[in-house]
Ligand binder design. Structure first.
Ligand code: NAD
Ligand code: DAU
Length: 354
């Protein structure tokens, strides 16, 4: 079958990537979606079970740092668009192991940029390299009602955000130097189904269920700006198709929560959905040593995206949290598979003999 477009999604077995792959595979049957993922601890093909046999979906197990293989994938599948999500994404891990973050997030991004440049060779018409980044590159805000805009100075604090910032600079450098048709977006904290349970929301829902302590860093006063992951995927779809070359768009839902208040909402919602007395698990909250270099506050101003492309989040936070808690409670098998490590065998069972 001849496809209208051939899109390489990197990191499609991860949290956000799996939502992007699902959206594109279902919405665009005339596009071929090539999901390239190394399947690190964060990659889980069970996240894509519902679409793994779709005729317009291909999975390639590879490392974005492996330049030769990436070049071959561009050739084999006539790639004309890239949506680049593959990254090491957890701040706490980056504090322990910064090298892996520099390698994947910086060198991996450079490898993809160079492969795209060589494959497209100046024929930029109809091509797009879309790099998914984070609001953490902007550093931390004070508790003063200010926002990150697209022109806020980069001031990353963690090895994770420093590596993401560096990758953003490389993407812009390839646009300015070679004319590569790039677009960059910087998004706030995502939440929703299929998030690896090392991140606050799935970790805490699972701990509440099992009545395990909830390790709140510092005094729980840090603020994050939360967006439902499906709304991020919708924004990515819109920007991939309608964003302007060379531009940056901030993505966020104007939805700031102090960690401790968010944790209390999680406890009340989880208790209620488990048929416990609402708030009965509040005593699981345990204040622990703060994260090193812990950014105080993030808040995204996504006015540009709304004004220029008409994007708005579709879900209110209360609705999104309810859906999310319900999803994790109803998918205990998914959670058990991840926490036991069984998910890492999915690839062997599913793909080895294809
Ligand atoms: P994730 O950790 O859940 O998934 C990352 C995926 O990348 C995994 O499937 C993993 O196997 C794959 N991967 C890692 N290293 C690889 C390599 N060397 N080669 C190929 N694949 C590799 O991450 P996520 O939370 O879904 O984030 C996806 C992207 O969105 C990242 O670039 C992240 O910086 C960005 N982002 C995340 C958030 C958030 O709140 N989670 C917010 C804004 C931006
Ligand atoms: O802002 C976007 C970023 O959001 C993404 O770029 C990152 O990939 C993503 O991991 C996320 O980073 P955070 O560090 O904000 O997410 P995390 O879920 O790790 O932590 C959310 C907040 O909760 C943060 O202030 C630290 C705190 N926290 C986290 C954990 C895991 C705790 O208090 N206790 C915990 O156990």
């Amino acid at each position: 079958m001849e496809f209208k477009r051939n899109i390489l999604v990197t990191g499609g077995a991860g949290f956000i990537g799996s939502h992007v792959v699902r959206l594109f595979v279902n919405k665009y049957p005339d596009y071929r979606i090539v999901n390239l993922d190394k399947l690190t601890y964060a990659g889980n093909l069970a996240n894509l079970k519902d679409i793994e046999n779709a005729p317009n979906y291909v999975f390639v197990k590879a490392d974005i740092c492996d330049f030769e293989t990436v070049c071959q994938v561009f050739k084999d599948y006539a790639i004309d668009g890239v949506i680049h999500l593959a990254a090491e994404s957890h701040v706490d891990r980056s504090i322990k192991d910064p090298f892996t973050f520099a390698k994947t997030n910086v060198i991996g991004t450079l490898s993809l940029l160079q492969a795209a440049r060589l494959a497209w060779d100046g024929q930029w018409e109809g091509k797009r390299f879309y790099h998914i980044s984070t609001d953490e590159v902007y550093g931390a805000l004070k508790m003063d009602g200010s926002f990150f805009t697209e022109t806020t100075r980069y001031q990353p604090h963690s090895p994770y955000s420093a590596a993401k910032a560096s990758s953003d600079h490389f993407v812009r450098a390839f646009h300015d130097t070679y004319g590569l048709p790039t677009v960059v977006t910087n998004c706030s904290n995502n939440y929703g189904p299929y998030q690896f349970p090392e991140k606050l929301i799935p970790l805490f829902i699972n701990n509440i269920r099992h009545r395990k302590p909830l390790p709140v860093y510092g005094k729980g006063e840090n603020i994050r700006d939360w967006l439902y992951v499906v709304d991020h995927a919708r924004a990515i779809d819109l920007i991939f198709h309608e964003g302007k070359d060379g531009e940056t768009y901030n993505i966020g839902g104007f939805n700031e929560w102090k960690n401790i208040d968010l944790v209390k909402v999680l406890i009340r919602t989880t208790d209620r959905l488990l048929g416990r007395a609402e708030g009965e698990d509040l005593d699981l909250i345990t204040f622990v040593t703060d994260r090193a270099g812990h950014d105080l506050r993030y808040a995204i101003d996504s006015t540009k995206l709304k004004t220029e492309l008409g994007w708005e989040p579709s879900l209110q936070f209360e609705e999104g949290i309810e859906k999310t808690v319900r999803w994790y409670l109803e998918h205990q098998d998914w959670m058990d598979n991840v926490t036991s490590g069984d998910y890492q065998r999915y690839y062997e069972d599913m793909y080895k003999n294809r």
